[in-house]
Every structure is written in structure tokens, then in C-alpha cells.
Ligand binder design. Structure first.
Ligand code: ATP
Ligand code: MG
Length: 563
């Protein structure tokens, strides 16, 4: 696998074949400006795969002075809900894109689509079929064998018009009849073997209520919606390539106001991740996760709750590019893009996940010193903050070993280490409880090392993070790992058997520097040496909850180095 180079923040968009097509259409005067659309079906929350499509569609419109519509493909009322419509709008906006006035719904066009269906019937290009869904499937043929004509294929136009009107009027139950295009049951492309255009569904629609009981299929709604909206480049994923001849057939045989063209690109696949709304919905409904926005979910809302910045997701989309070949991207590449942004932007803070008490025996009881600590060494404009230092401190339990292992350079009896931005301390005594568990370290500090440097130039081998016990605020911290335990979940058949049982670990009793109590929601900070963290929406004053966004360790960087 070859490693991509991340784009500098001010780089022009990296080119891709779709961008080249748009640029050529502009240069040749075939279009004045590109019109694209992002067309989610409101049957679930958006995921990182959708983000790739959003960045592509909105990105092209932005770059070439066109516009991108947000269009809900709301043609299946059984699976669609207002909650999803609202979440999708919020997620696209959060990703940093703006559709302006161009918010549409396929349901806005139901009356026009119905009229166009009638138009096809009148020209002998569509017919009402009484076969059941199963019978239609059974007569469709295979990749090698042609399909067979429905006995209703020769229905006279007048009868078709009458039956279609009565379908709309609600005279027939679900599944009793459908409207099919009359194209070619012998076509090598199964999508052209008299595809279904309308089905009867007696279900209330989130927007049109009970106005309709016949609904257009995706194939009948999609291209015509593009045509109505003047979409120039209708960009979708590769599985729709075989639908393109039908898309073109419909546009050609209907009096549409504009002729759009469809282009396909490879969908995003990620290791350790499932990007299928059907599966994500099951994870939610079966209670395998906390909800659509669970920080382990690959949804936009999950990534946001996890602390991934929108900029990191956009940068990831730019890094991976757009191609016509299916591939699987390492999830480490997403994490790499996000770490790059967070390293530049995340304020540094002190937090101790597994606290061990340290008492500085030569520090006067009750004395508190306020140190000015740099917020972000990568960003001079981020300034400093006051951090209190005192006699009783917390350090990370794993930063001490009573009998240090060979390459363990952190605190041990008799050993000196640096407390970040504060002083050098030396461990003089180890206090244990009756069970032999270390409960406290008694240390001395060197006054001359204030700020973290010794006048005699001596340098301890380790620098530890710490918080002052009297000032610390307790918190629950949720540590996350991949939701699935193998890079190709479900490859052995049972997807749910591949769920990672350790994908969430909850740590109670972490001790944080007081500034963290007021971290605004949506801000991701770095706990020094531990990783990036963000407040969870469950967080309350006095009952703080933080999610670990990512550790600092960058496995992708190592993969790159090896490549
Ligand atoms: P899912 O397979 O998760 O159900 P979908 O294609 O059914 O996805 P839609 O709401 O129809 O979901 O998708 C809206 C747009 O997002 C479509 O244009 C689709 O091609 C695109 N899209 C969906 N999944 C991906 C992905 N993994 N990578 C890139 N684009 C995607
Ligand atoms: Mg779809």
C-alpha cells in the first residue's frame, strides 16, 4: 500500500477524474457552472462514507463557482423518519458545507413524477403489472439467461391509465400491482428488463402525509429529480453504474427540462469498520452501542461525539482522493488526518487517568504556587494558562515502578524525574496499604528546577504529567477502541461475532486539572502524554465525562515510514 501525502491546508484541491470532467465541461462551454447534489435517503444517520461524497459534491461546486443541492431521496416512507432528516442536515452543516436555498426533497416532485409516469403509459412505454414482487423476480432472468415477458405486458394503454389512476386512488392493497417501464426483457442489463417505476405503499410519509399511496422507485425518482434541479453532474457510487442506462433511457423518453449525466466513483471502505446503514441501524436497535452517535460508530455524529474535528474529516477526504477502483482504506489513515489537525489545534491539558498520590515532603504545607503553562507548543497564539502546584499531587500509576524494569526510565525509588512545567522530584519513600498496594509516594523537590530546567544542566530521563490534588476535578473517562476486532468484519459470515468486546472501557476517578471542568462541548483537547479527549454530552458540572478521541500513538505514521 502506498502512503498518501496529506495536503497542506492551503493547497488547491487535488485533482481526480470527476474534477477533470467538470473542468473539461466548463472549458468546452458545455456548462456555465456545475450543479451537483448530495442525495441521502433519510433512513439513517450519515456515515464517513457519506462524508466522502459530501466533500466531493460540495467541494466541486465550491471550487468551480456552482452550487450543490441537498436533496432527500425520500421515496420509501416505511423506513424514513423526521429524526433522520434533521440529523442529516445538522451533519452536513457541521462538516462545513452550506446548501443555501437549495434544500430539496424527491417528495417535492411526486406530482410531476406521477405525470411523467402517465406520459410513459400514454406512449406505450410503461404498463401496470399484476405479478407479485416474487413473480417479477422469478421472471427477470439471470446474468446469462434473458427474462420472460409478463402476461400483463401487452395491456392496452387505456387499461393501464385506468389501473394506474386507481392505484393512486388507493383501490388496491400493498403489492397488488406495480407500474413497470416497457423496455426489453432480453436486455443483457437486468436493470433494463422492465424495471419497476411505482409501487403501492399504504404508509404515511414524513412530508406528504397521506397524500400518496403509490411511491416512485429510486430509479424513477432519481434521474428525474436531477433533471428538474438542473443537476449537471450526478455523482454516485459504482454500484449505480449498471443503473446508468436506465437513468439515460428515462431522461431520453421524458419531456424533462434538462439532461443531467451520471458519473460513478468508488465508495469508501474502511478497515475495522462497517459502512452500511442497515447494519448501523441494527447496532442501534439491538443496543450494541449507545445510539447512532455512539463514539464508536462511523457516523458523522459518532465521530463528532468522539471529538473528531470536521476539518480532520475533510482532510481525510482530500487525502484519499476519488477513484473508480474499489479499495479498502486503513482506518489508521483517518486517524492520521485527525491527529494532524488536533496536533495543530488542540489545547494541552493535564489529566491523570489512574491516579497515584505523591506528597512533596519538603514543600510547605498549605503553600500553593501558580505556574504559567503553555497551551499549545504548536500554536504561539494559544497563550498560557495558570496551573496550581502544591504539596499533594496525583501522577499516573503506571509512571511508577517499585522495581523498575530494564527500559523503564520513569519514577522509581531514589530516582529523579521532571514534573512537566514544574519541578524535578525524587522518590524517597514508598507507602503501601495492608494489602501491599502502593498508595503514596513521598518525594522531595528541587527548588532550583522551577519551570522544568536545572541550572546545572542535569536532565532526568522522564517527564511526567501531574495535577495538584487539592485543585483536581474528578471525571469519568471513556476509552474507545475499534468497534470490530478484525480489519474485515463479517468476512467469516457472522458480522456481530466480530464485535470487539473491549471497544469501550470506562475509567472512573480520573483526576483532571480544573481548567478542564469548563471545556466547551465540541472542543477536543490533548491530555499531555495520553491522547486527545473531548467532553461527552453526558458530562455535567460535578460529574464530568470525557471521551478519548484518539491516543497520541500514530500507527499509520509507522506504516508510512516502513513503506
Ligand atoms: P448505505 O449503503 O450506507 O445504506 P446508501 O447509498 O444507501 O448507503 P444513501 O443515503 O442513498 O445511502 O447515500 C447518499 C449518497 O452517499 C449516495 O450518492 C451514495 O452513493 C453516497 N454514499 C453512500 N455510501 C458511501 C460510501 N461508503 N462512500 C462514498 N459514498 C457513499
Ligand atoms: Mg441508497
Amino acid at each position: 500500500m502506498t502512503a498518501p501525502t496529506p495536503l497542506p491546508a492551503d493547497a488547491p484541491e487535488r485533482s481526480n477524474f470527476i474534477r477533470d470532467i467538470v473542468a473539461a465541461d466548463l472549458a468546452a462551454g458545455r456548462i456555465a457552472a456545475p450543479v451537483t447534489r448530495f442525495p441521502p435517503e433519510p433512513n439513517g444517520y450519515l456515515h464517513i462514507g457519506h462524508a466522502k461524497s459530501i466533500c466531493l459534491n460540495f467541494g466541486l461546486a465550491q471550487e468551480f463557482g456552482g452550487h450543490c443541492n441537498l436533496r432527500f431521496d425520500d421515496t420509501n416512507p416505511v423506513k424514513e423518519e423526521q429524526e433522520y432528516l434533521d440529523a442529516i442536515e445538522a451533519d452536513v452543516r457541521w462538516l462545513g458545507f452550506d446548501w443555501g436555498d437549495n434544500l430539496f426533497h424527491a417528495s417535492d416532485y411526486f406530482e410531476q413524477l406521477y405525470a411523467w409516469a402517465v406520459h410513459l403509459i400514454q406512449r406505450g412505454l410503461a404498463y401496470v403489472d399484476d405479478l407479485s414482487a416474487e413473480e417479477i423476480r422469478g421472471t427477470r432472468g439471470t446474468l446469462t439467461a434473458p427474462g420472460t415477458d409478463s402476461p400483463y405486458r401487452g395491456r392496452p394503454v387505456a387499461e393501464n391509465l385506468d389501473l394506474f389512476a386507481r392505484m393512486r386512488a388507493g383501490e388496491f392493497p400493498n403489492g397488488a400491482r406495480v407500474l413497470r417501464a416497457k423496455i426489453d426483457m432480453g436486455s443483457p442489463n437486468i436493470n433494463l428488463r422492465d424495471p419497476v417505476l411505482y409501487r403501492i405503499v399504504h404508509a404515511a410519509h414524513p412530508r406528504t402525509g397521506d397524500a400518496w399511496c403509490v411511491y416512485p422507485t429510486y430509479d424513477f425518482a432519481h434521474g428525474q429529480s436531477d433533471a428538474i434541479e438542473g443537476v449537471t453532474h450526478s455523482i454516485c457510487t459504482l454500484e449505480f453504474e449498471v443503473h446508468r442506462p436506465l437513468y439515460d433511457w428515462l431522461v431520453e423518453h421524458l419531456p424533462v427540462p434538462h439532461v443531467p449525466h451520471q458519473y460513478e466513483f468508488a465508495r469508501l471502505n474502511l478497515t475495522y469498520t462497517v459502512l452500511s446503514k442497515r447494519v448501523l441501524l441494527r447496532l442501534v436497535t439491538e443496543g450494541r452501542v449507545r445510539g447512532w452517535d455512539d463514539p464508536r460508530m462511523p457516523t458523522i455524529s459518532g465521530l463528532r461525539r468522539r471529538g473528531f474535528p470536521a476539518e480532520g474529516i475533510r482532510e481525510f477526504a482530500a487525502m484519499i482522493g476519488v477513484a473508480r477502483t474499489d479499495s479498502v482504506i486503513e482506518v489508521g489513515q483517518l486517524e492520521y488526518a485527525v491527529r494532524g489537525v488536533l496536533n495543530r489545534t488542540a489545547p494541552r491539558r493535564f489529566g491523570v487517568l489512574d491516579p497515584l498520590k505523591v506528597v512533596i515532603t519538603n514543600w510547605p504545607e498549605g503553600q500553593v504556587e501558580t505556574l504559567e503553562v503553555v497551551n499549545n507548543p504548536e500554536d504561539a497564539t494559544a497563550g498560557t494558562r495558570p496551573v496550581e502546584f502544591s504539596r499533594d499531587l496525583w501522577i499516573e500509576r503506571e509512571d511508577f515502578q517499585e522495581e523498575p524494569a530494564p527500559k523503564f526510565f520513569r519514577l522509581a525509588p531514589g530516582r529523579e524525574v521532571r514534573l512537566r512545567n514544574a519541578y524535578f522530584v525524587t522518590c524517597q519513600e514508598v507507602v503501601k496499604d495492608d494489602a501491599g498496594q502502593v498508595v503514596e509516594l513521598r518525594c522531595t523537590y528541587d527548588l532550583a528546577t522551577r519551570g522544568g530546567d536545572a541550572p546545572d544542566g542535569r536532565r532526568p530521563k522522564a517527564t511526567l504529567h501531574w495535577v495538584s490534588a487539592a485543585h483536581a476535578v474528578p471525571a469519568e473517562v471513556r476509552l474507545y477502541d475499534h468497534l470490530f476486532s478484525r480489519p474485515d468484519p463479517g468476512a467469516d459470515g457472522d458480522l456481530f461475532a466480530d464485535l470487539n468486546p473491549d471497544s469501550e472501557r470506562i475509567v472512573r476517578g480520573a483526576m483532571l486539572e480544573p481548567a478542564l471542568a469548563t471545556t466547551p462541548s465540541g472542543q477536543t483537547v490533548q491530555f499531555e502524554r495520553l491522547g486527545y479527549f473531548t467532553p461527552d454530552p453526558d458530562s455535567r458540572p460535578g460529574a464530568l465525562v470525557f471521551n478519548r478521541t484518539l491516543t497520541l500513538k500514530d500507527t499509520w505514521a509507522k506504516v508510512r515510514a516502513r513503506a
